[in-house]
Design a protein around this ligand. Structure first.
Ligand SMILES: Nc1nc2c(ncn2[C@@H]2O[C@H](COP(=O)(O)OP(=O)(O)OP(=O)(O)O)[C@@H](O)[C@H]2O)c(=O)[nH]1
Ligand SMILES: [Mg+2]
Length: 201
């Protein structure tokens, strides 16, 4: 059973127009799927809690715009993210090829964030060979790779729990080293582990 309130991590959903960032956001927030959804022109956030082992981990999830001009406007909101979720659509190989653009963004706003590569729309026939995904993950140093569907919910809970476990490991290791979390960050996360204030999303 989970004990107390655990740490909170900021997670941003990134990727081309139409890969399903907002659909994943709605699945996480309300456990719903809406086929007809407008392109995102702003930024929205919600919190999602999962249990990893006996620890409750909360993600502050940020949905972002894929459209270039809104992306430039909202980029500042995802500064200091702990986790960059790099999303492509399994029915659209070009959405994987365009991801380095977002990886470049993460270098500026969250250079040490965990890089999670996610193929969305797993309910459709895949047009992206698994080998291409593995090559991509290796070239761009992605820490984790998942296949999910915002439509059916497949793979999403499992991915979140694995990300939570990885973050808890990283947090533990960095209590003695440094890297993803700076001094202020570590203090905040440690305080939150013992029941501190929210993440503000
Ligand atoms: N079949 C299927 N369709 C999906 C899935 N996720 C999203 N879609 C559809 O893909 C389209 C685009 O989804 P959005 O969530 O708006 O994509 P987005 O990445 O937020 O796009 P922008 O806001 O324009 O950057 C919509 O028609 C969704 O219904 C999925 O898992 N399976
Ligand atoms: Mg959107």
């Amino acid at each position: 059973m989970a004990t107390g309130r655990g740490p909170m991590f900021k997670l941003v959903l990134l990727g081309e127009v139409g890969v399903g960032k907002t659909s994943l956001f709605f699945r996480l927030r309300d456990n719903v799927f809406n086929q007809h959804i407008k392109t995102t022109t702003g930024i929205d956030s919600c919190s999602k809690t999962v249990t990893a082992g006996d620890v409750q981990v909360t993600f502050c999830v940020w949905d972002t715009a894929g459209v270039e001009r809104f992306r430039t406007l909202t980029r500042n909101y995802y500064r200091s993210a702990h986790i960059s979720v790099l999303i492509y659509s399994l029915d659209d190989p070009s959405s994987l090829h365009f991801l380095p653009k977002w990886i470049d963004d993460t270098k500026d706003f969250a250079p040490n964030a965990l890089k999670v590569l996610v193929g969305n729309k797993a309910d459709l026939a895949s047009k992206v060979p698994e080998d291409n995904v593995k090559d991509f993950a290796s070239i761009y140093n992605c820490d984790m790779v998942f296949w999910v569907s915002a439509k059916t919910g497949e793979g999403i809970d499992d991915a979140l729990i694995k990300i939570a476990e990885k973050m808890l490991d990283t947090l533990k290791r960095e209590e003695c080293q440094g890297g993803l979390f700076d001094e202020k960050d570590r203090k905040r996360l440690t305080d939150e582990s013992s029941g501190g204030s929210g993440c503000g999303c």
